[in-house]
Design a protein around this ligand. Sequence first.
Ligand SMILES: [Zn+2]
Length: 90
Amino acid sequence: MDRNRFENWLKNIYETQDEEISCTECFDLVSRFVELEILGQDAEAKLPQLKQHLNQCRACRDEYEVLRDLRRLEEKGGMPSLADLQNSIQ
Ligand SMILES: [Zn+2]
C-alpha cells in the first residue's frame, strides 16, 4: 500500500465513524428503512448507517422489528389487532 492509499484508507475509517448515527437519528430513519424493505428496495444499501446502528443497538433493533412486523401485517391487509400489537411490543 503506498502512502496516499494508506491515507485514504485511514480517512475512510474516520469518515465512517463520523457517520455513525445516534438513536434519535435512527428513530427518524427506521420507518423509511422499513418502507424501502416493504417496497422491495435495497434498504441496507440506501441507509447503511442505519443498518450499522441496528446491528449495534439492541433498543433500536427492537424498535425496527416491531415497526417491520406491523408494516408486514398492514401489507397483508387488515390492521393488527390489539392483541397483535401487544405481542409485538413484549
Ligand atoms: Zn440506537
